[in-house]
Design a protein around this ligand. Sequence first.
Ligand SMILES: N[C@@H](CCC(=O)N[C@@H](CS)C(=O)NCC(=O)O)C(=O)O
Length: 214
Amino acid sequence: MIKLHGVTLSNYHNTAKLALVEKDIPFEEINQMPSQEPDVLASSPMGKVPWLEINGECLSETNVIFDYLEEIKPESPLYPADPFARAKVKEIVRVVENYIDLPARRHIGAVYFGGPVDDVAFKEVRPALEKGLSALSRVACFAPYIAGDAFTYADIAAYFQIRFANLHATKIYNWDISESMPGLRDYLAMLCERPAVAAVDSVMQEALENFLPK
Ligand SMILES: N[C@@H](CCC(=O)N[C@@H](CS)C(=O)NCC(=O)O)C(=O)O
């Protein structure tokens, strides 16, 4: 059986987990924090979570994990069959990872670990997020899903990466980014009503509740 290594606090761990759940692929969850220890680096080259362990071999990077899951279980697809539509789903995944999750991540020390807010990050992150959200608004359809009429990997990535960024934006800037484009707030609420999303997200929310500084 596939093993999913990571921690329920992690937006990317929950991204891979929801993909497994939505595809109805059995897996075992192994609790693992990110680490630079040699045994972790041997499994995940940057020491990040999550990674999959498949027959003793390891695979990291959630967007690569999406592609692998689609190859091993093409029935119940989470990519469109049409090559261009499939590439557009991947474009949205890249936008939410590179231009929404990554800038927000610069505040992780303050938000997750109660450290001081970095002055340079404070000035730079909000405009970077505004740019990323503006980019997202140019590729997102909300019709009703982010890439069109079907639920895809883009919805999985968008849900967890936007909510991760919003946790940071809310805590650091008192700024609710779900209000930053028409349709985004309702879209996130709609996804949260999907049973698999609700199940995975509720475990994450409980972990965050216990972990985040009050
Ligand atoms: N590009 C990676 C990002 C994964 C990632 O950033 N994971 C975080 C946890 S949410 C992590 O392991 N951070 C520790 C680190 O950056 O060293 C993916 O798609 O899996």
